[in-house]
Design a binder for this molecule. Structure first.
Ligand code: SF4
Ligand code: SF4
Length: 234
């Protein structure tokens, strides 16, 4: 569906709310490093892989925030930022902007505020988030299934059907695994759990997916208790 930039779909959202969310993005310390102005040259669009496949433009993101257009900001916050693949090819901007960085901030604000669009965008990723956060390591190869990643194309079936062979073709023997990736030691996983708790990552998960939060909470609190930390995520 083409991106509707008229804002009609969000006419019932108070302007003050749109402004509040925009201010939250601007308050982030990284914002000043990500936006210096915009020439509208379109170099970021030419470099952007997502712009080739979606009705999506990093130039529109940069222009919208540079012009401080809160209405358009709110539309892009809901209907556009999730099309970015966060590759940062747009960092070659001659104005030294990082549209991908601005998008990171917008996504974080969308998640922290529990926007329905953020919940919808992340709906299919609960299993992946659980795996990464619970084990402190990457998605295991056996999770590469066509039904879990329909947007990865038809070749996913061939890979998952012949996973053993594909894994054995990788030179380092430590990667000849299908159900695991690599082991994270206890000290590292304990530090990761504490960081995610203290920096508010777990609060963000709670806003987006209460069920996932509760499962992760159980895993993390038990591990931290075993390691001698008295931490409650409530
Ligand atoms: S963000 Fe940078 S690359 Fe993109 S249009 Fe603006 S000045 Fe050009
Ligand atoms: S970070 Fe996002 S906006 Fe920038 S080039 Fe990559 S996909 Fe495009």
């Amino acid at each position: 569906m083409p991106l509707d930039l008229t804002g009609r779909q969000y006419a019932d959202v108070p302007y003050e709310e749109k402004e509040r969310l925009f201010e939250e993005v601007k308050k982030d310390l990284r914002y000043e490093e990500y936006l210096y102005g915009c020439y509208e040259c379109g170099i970021c669009v030419a470099a952007c892989p997502s712009a080739r496949f979606y009705d999506f433009s990093p130039r529109k993101i940069a222009q919208c925030v540079a012009r401080e257009d809160a209405d358009l900001f709110y539309t892009l916050l809901n209907d556009s930022v999730w099309d970015c693949s966060q590759c940062f090819s747009c960092d070659r901007c001659p104005r030294k902007n990082s549209p991908g960085g601005v998008i990171t901030l917008m996504r974080e604000v969308a998640v922290k505020n529990g926007l329905a669009s953020a919940q919808e965008a992340l709906e299919g990723y609960g299993r992946v988030v659980y795996k990464i956060m619970a084990t402190g390591t990457q998605v295991s190869p056996d999770m590469l299934q066509a039904n879990a990643f329909p947007d990865w194309g038809p070749h996913v079936n061939d890979i998952s059907d012949n996973l053993d062979e594909w894994r054995r073709a990788i030179p380092p023997e430590t990667l000849h695994t299908t159900e695991t990736s690599w082991k994270v030691d206890d000290k590292t996983i304990t530090e990761l759990y504490l960081i995610w708790h203290m920096t508010g990552v777990m609060d963000m998960i709670r806003e987006i997916d209460e069920g996932l939060f509760m499962i992760l909470q159980d895993v993390m609190e038990e591990k931290l208790e075993d390691e001698g930390y008295d931490v409650s995520f409530d």
